[in-house]
Design a protein around this ligand. Structure first.
Ligand code: NAI
Length: 301
């Protein structure tokens, strides 16, 4: 399939208000797809949809909390009612919690798993049956390089992303029998708000360790989202199983498979400095505590 074939195709993008999701939405809009920008940040999603429409594209915004199956169901049902089909489902919304597991609270595990894993599962539970009925469609689950390699300082995130990789591998095989394609998008470092935790994530780190993390991301030269989106959309058209950008991260994955002990050692060395700072300074009292359930609605405003 060439990129031109995206014309009039229907694409839902979860987490479409920001970063990678917003860039994918805009690029698909330019290619002529009909786009649903679905996000917990509803007002920002509307801005993205408005931008796509102002460039002549076709887009709507939809309020979505991927943690709620009913919310996902509504987005999917509305889309089928509006446009009759779902051709592409970018299961993309995600949050990050950075920091050493020594400082984790139980919520640092559950918050990440609720969004990054259960959110993805909710997407599949609602979209997959539609695509099976259609006998066509492509689900693109956003995992991460953190789902393919050893990844410290963001362990709950790595757990969630390894799970999304596993899910995608299995579903790719099962889906084939139903005419449904499945890919795992595994970006390396991409310049988006999630590098600092994102709107709903957090860095459970003191100031020194936060500065160290920022320096580390800069060393990895995060790719701009506008550069990433066309590459991802082209890779989806080629039905790649694992979509990895920036491409040099593929070498790291190769190294991990060739010698897990070696990548583990490299990771240990890279993490040593951050760990030292995170563990030797008092935990920063200004690091926000995870939001209680009751506060979640307020945070959405
Ligand atoms: P981002 O923070 O810019 O965007 C994440 C989006 O998800 C935001 O619009 C946010 O409102 C939305 N979101 C969060 N919780 C939600 C919920 N409960 N329901 C609905 N929407 C929700 O971050 P980015 O980088 O664009 O992240 C997109 C995906 O890419 C995530 O799954 C992330 O884990 C993944 N990723 C990002 C990398 C990077 O370096 N930026 C690297 C590897 C993977």
């Amino acid at each position: 399939m060439s990129q031109l074939d995206y014309r009039d195709k229907v694409a839902i993008i979860t987490g479409g208000a920001s970063g990678i999701g917003a860039a994918l939405a805009k690029h698909l809009g330019v290619l002529g797809a009909r786009v649903v920008v679905a996000d917990r940040q509803e007002a920002v999603a509307e801005q993205v949809a408005h931008e796509i429409r102002s460039l002549g594209g076709s887009a709507v915004a939809s309020a979505l909390d991927v943690r709620e199956l009913a919310s996902m169901n509504r987005v999917v049902t509305d889309t089928v009612e509006r446009w009759g089909t779902i051709d592409f489902f970018f299961n993309n919304a995600g949050i990050g919690v950075g920091g050493d597991v020594a400082y984790y609270t139980p919520a640092d595990w559950t918050d990440v798993l609720e969004v990054n894993l259960h959110g993805v599962i909710h997407g599949i539970q609602t979209v997959y049956p539609v695509m099976i009925r259609q006998r066509s469609g492509h689900i693109i689950n956003t995992a991460s390089m953190a789902g393919l390699i050893t990844s410290t300082g963001q362990t709950s995130y790595a757990v969630s992303k390894h799970a999304v990789v596993g899910l995608s591998k299995s579903l790719r095989v099962e889906g084939k029998a139903h005419g449904v394609r499945v890919s795992a998008l595994c970006p390396g470092a991409i310049r988006t708000p999630i590098l600092q935790g994102g709107k709903y994530g957090r860095m459970r780190l003191n100031a020194a360790a936060r500065a160290e993390v920022s320096k580390m991301w800069e060393m990895l030269r995060p790719m701009p989202v506008d550069e990433l989106a066309p590459k991802v959309v082209a890779a989806v058209a080629r039905n790649e199983a694992f979509i990895i950008y920036p491409s040099w991260w593929r070498l790291i994955w190769l190294l991990e498979r060739a010698s897990p002990a070696l990548t583990s050692k490299l990771c240990e060395l890279a993490y040593a400095r951050l760990r030292e700072q995170a563990l030797t300074e008092q935990h920063d009292p200004e690091v926000p505590a995870p939001p209680a359930d009751a506060d979640r609605k307020a945070a959405d405003m």
